[in-house]
Design a protein around this ligand. Structure first.
Ligand code: SF4
Length: 364
């Protein structure tokens, strides 16, 4: 067997920090109720462990309430997850007297996007957010940027082009409002607010896609207002991409250069950055997105997640009859490295002739 491991994979700074603070919150408050606004990170194992230690989730990742706000009391501990939260929820908790800053695990790289959005707002730009409208981080970024600037969310290049069509006068106001319903800030006027824009992103989107969207709007502004006036109409925001997302995606591009037969990507099924890594791998290899080694039922059966249709599927005979079998193995930013180890060991069980891991590691 040959495994190709990504140069960068797994836990990022923001996730490690969030997990550390959550366990600290439990340790420091043995007699208090400890809540998490929503799942700490998009990893079921970590979330389950935290729940087993007594943490309760207030909402699910789509913002559906498990515990009504009326049940939250001032003395409760409420942890804000790595994605951050909306200003509305933060204010609601502050009004209740909950000390939200003590265990606020909002990732500094997400805050960096908020700060950039604020600066753009001061400079009178409107903000185009490239993100998934239902994702916690995008909801939080939208809430923060809407405070400072007219803001609108585009999910992908299709959305960007539809917005661009309006900006170029190729579609009607009705079409705009129908298409972007619920994705723009209160009072957003597409006629007034789209002549000076900057693009920021949900930090775990595909970096190349964000760049493509930013380039698209830049070019559109050049067409509309002339290259000499571009600075008055488009802000360069390349620096809002998160380092971990960049590193993990760049490392995945390198994996695409290998001669592997298949790819296995490990991570939570609701993890945005993991699904993007799976998406990249699928450009070249049959790719199986799994959340643990338990999904590899036998050499002839793997249960994995189809991120396009958001459903689990089963693939028989996923291991090709090659000798050696070459497998790309990587994981998302919210996946503990031990999970990748377990997947590797699980696969090795099917190849009794393969060199034992200990013998290989002894060399190092
Ligand atoms: S992926 Fe990036 S922005 Fe998100 S938690 Fe990790 S370091 Fe922070």
């Amino acid at each position: 067997m040959v495994f190709y491991l990504a140069r960068h994979f797994g836990f990022c700074y923001g996730v490690e920090n969030a997990i550390e603070i959550s366990y600290k919150a439990l340790e420091e408050n043995p007699s208090k109720r400890v809540f998490l606004l929503s799942q700490m990170i998009h990893n079921q194992e970590v979330n389950r462990d935290l729940q087993n230690r007594g943490i309760r989730f207030i909402m699910d990742t789509d913002g559906r309430q498990f515990i009504p706000w009326e049940e939250i009391r001032p003395e409760d501990v409420v942890i804000i997850p790595a994605f951050g939260t909306t200003l509305e929820i933060e204010n609601l908790l502050l009004d209740k007297g909950v000390e939200v800053q003590k265990y606020n695990t909002t990732c500094p790289f997400v805050e960096k996007v908020w700060n950039r959005a604020e600066k753009l707002g001061v400079e009178k730009y409107s903000i185009i957010i490239h993100g998934k409208p239902g994702h916690e981080e995008t909801r939080a970024t939208f809430s923060h940027s809407s405070k400072d600037a007219p803001s609108i969310i585009v999910r992908d290049m299709d959305d960007a082009v539809q917005l661009g069509n309006y900006m170029l006068g190729h579609s009607s106001r009705e079409t705009f409002f129908a298409k972007f319903d619920g994705k723009f800030s209160t009072g957003f006027d597409p006629d007034r607010n789209l002549s000076r824009v900057g693009v920021v992103n949900q930090t775990t989107m595909l970096a190349t896609e964000t760049q493509g969207i930013a380039d698209y709007f830049r070019q559109l502004m050049v067409e509309k207002y002339g290259a000499e006036n571009i600075q008055d109409h488009f802000a360069d925001t390349r620096d809002t991409l998160c380092y971990a997302t960049n590193d993990n995606q760049d490392a995945t591009y390198e994996l695409l250069e290998t001669d592997a037969h298949l790819a296995i990507v490990v991570g939570g099924y609701n993890s945005s950055n993991t699904s993007h890594i799976a998406e990249l791998c699928a450009r070249k290899f049959p790719t199986y997105f799994i959340n643990s080694e338990a999904e590899i039922r036998s050499p002839a059966e793997i249960h994995h997640f189809d991120y396009h249709n958001k459903q689990k599927i089963v693939t028989p005979n996923f291991l090709p009859g090659k000798d050696p079998v070459k497998i790309v193995l990587t994981s998302g930013a919210s996946c503990p490295d031990t999970l990748v180890d377990r997947v590797l060991l699980r696969l090795l069980e099917f190849f009794p002739e393969a060199k034992p891991v200990d013998a290989l590691l002894a060399v190092w």
